[in-house]
Design a protein around this ligand. Sequence first.
Ligand SMILES: [Zn+2]
Length: 262
Amino acid sequence: MDLAPLVDTLTRSRRTVVVTGAGMGLASGIATFRGTDAGAVWAHDVMEMGTNRYFQANPVGSWRWYRSRFASLQGSKPNAGHHAVAALERWQATRGAEFLLVTQNIDTLHGQAGSERMCEVHGRADRVRCSRVTCTHGAPRGTLPAAAFDWAAFDAAPADDTSPRCPGCGSRIRAHVLWFDEYYTEHADYQFERAIRGMKQAEAVLFVGTSFSVGITAAALDTRADKWLIDPGDAEAPLGVRVLKAAQEEALPALVAALPVS
Ligand SMILES: [Zn+2]
């Protein structure tokens, strides 16, 4: 694993963006959506159930599915890669350079590892929001902690009358996640515009554990920045993206250790 060219890119960059996807969570035991890992979530169910259309047609079924998905995230801990991304942010800060993390993951592990300058563009598993689009109850930016609701009654007997309701207006609450039939601009808390602005201004973009099949990565590709992908497999990187073939949980800590002390 020759880290020198990537170290050189990061050292020269005054504005660095890291884009992470599902591959980041594998070392924390989180199954991917589209991957080939043993636990990969059945694509059919995801495409069917991970939609606003399904929530509208069957809100109880939608919440049952999300409750089981979110339960599977419980107990997951940040891995060495998450900690290294947070360390990279601190390294950039100490030398007065810009840093932004754009993550497609809803597992909150980056935040748990200490990342702060971050756009969680697909939402967060630990937050919910009112399903009435015009209701802005909650903070920040109209979201509420899922833990603030009493789920015991719903989990014991999932039904309409046990479904948690918005304290502000009484409408149903929904998962604070980007569904497949929705747009990044659907909710301010996804911070899509901040992510796009960061990518456009970036001098270096580092992709980790992402498949390039998700919309946000296309925007990141469309920059003049030096672009790198850390991937353990034989992933075909788009034109102009250099590849460091390695597992992220090994490559990222090694990379951080190799950065010059400023
Ligand atoms: Zn409401």
